[in-house]
Design a protein around this ligand. Structure first.
Ligand code: DP6
Length: 324
């Protein structure tokens, strides 16, 4: 009745922004991401009929605010008449700061909970369960370069997720520049709902996502770094344009976010294979080929306003741990 799993965040290169108006948190667009390696969330789930209700410890502290979403995710996976659970989570990077901690958390949660409940659930079903809790979490079930596709069906739209290239098949290094700590002003889920209702650019965002996915997919298949860099930066800036034009506007960036983008631009001008991407937070992720990681990391660290950097190669999908 007890199991542990570990999962890493993923960074979307072609972003998920917007939900379909159906139950089950189904994204309005497909997306393509890379799964990281050294930033990790570990989850232990123990079902216990001897306790009254679920409890959640996050880095050894009670996490009441996050508990309802976690309990709901367990209900979706196992049914609401399941046993109450003790859930312990530990995370080695800042939470809720645009680093997809919810992605690694829910990916690890469904893997651990399914095993703790004695089930042998296949990876795609676990990805769908994780995606119900947080759309981007579906991608952290898989490693390397991952694509989430929509299965169009008016009554019951669904997702399919798969790794399109394993981590070792095209090594990349990701340098995350932390430009602010603390929680973001509005959650990505609330912000994307606001965008879908108020941003005049939202319809155009939906319309062009298929094209961006085709370009990114073929850049990955061809290991074409400059093509992947161009489409990733374009898709990122387009998503932020949709956010900025929402009412009220959703602006996650700060001065250092812009300074980091400038640093990446300068490196590119010097011929360094690197590009940036930014999610629902002020941190900047610089993605580069491993040979340039040292130079990129140093340049990001020296950028005005950068508090800290973290570095990761690409890694595998969520998995069980042997010693729960
Ligand atoms: C900007 O997966 O956090 O990181 O489904 O509401 O939990 P919910 O949203 P979430 O959104 C992620 C948005 C993003 C882009 C991405 O990861 O694709």
């Amino acid at each position: 009745m007890r199991a542990s799993a570990v999962a890493q965040p993923n960074i979307a290169l072609i972003k998920y922004w917007g939900k379909q108006e159906v139950a089950g948190n189904v994204p309005a667009v497909g997306s393509l991401s890379i799964t990281l390696d050294s930033l990790q969330t570990r989850m232990t789930v123990e079902f216990d009929d001897g306790i009254d209700a679920d409890s959640l410890l996050l880095n050894r502290e009670p996490a009441e605010r996050m508990l309802p979403r976690v309990s709901q995710s367990l209900d979706n996976l196992l049914g609401s008449n399941r046993s109450p659970a003790l859930i312990e989570s530990s995370c080695n990077f800042p939470i809720a700061a645009g680093l997809a901690s919810s992605a690694s958390s829910f990916a690890a949660l469904v893997v651990a909970a399914s095993r703790a409940a004695g089930l042998q659930t296949d990876t795609l079903s676990l990805a769908r369960a994780a995606g119900q809790a947080s759309g981007s979490a579906a991608r952290s079930l898989y490693g390397g370069f991952v694509e989430l596709q929509l299965i169009e069906d008016k009554q019951a739209p669904d997702i399919a997720v798969a790794s399109i290239l394993e981590a070792g098949e095209w090594p990349m290094q990701v340098i995350v520049a932390i430009t602010a700590k603390g929680e973001k002003p509005i959650s990505s889920g609330d912000a994307m709902n606001l965008s879908s209702k108020t941003s005049p650019f939202y319809a155009s965002w939906l319309e062009h996502q298929g094209h961006d996915l085709v370009v990114a997919r073929s850049a990955v298949a061809d290991r074409n770094f400059s093509a992947l860099a161009a489409i990733s930066e374009h898709n990122c800036l387009k998503m932020h344009s949709v956010m900025w034009a929402s009412r009220p506007p959703v602006v996650y960036w700060n001065k250092a976010t812009l300074a980091c983008m400038e640093t990446v631009r300068k490196l590119q001008a010097d011929g360094v294979p690197v590009f940036f991407t930014i999610d629902a937070g002020p941190q900047v992720k610089a993605v580069c080929l491993p040979k340039s990681a040292e130079r990129v990391s140093k340049a990001m660290q020296e950028t005005d306003g950068v508090i800290d950097t973290m570095e990761s190669s690409l890694g595998g999908g969520a998995r069980l741990l042997n010693n729960p």
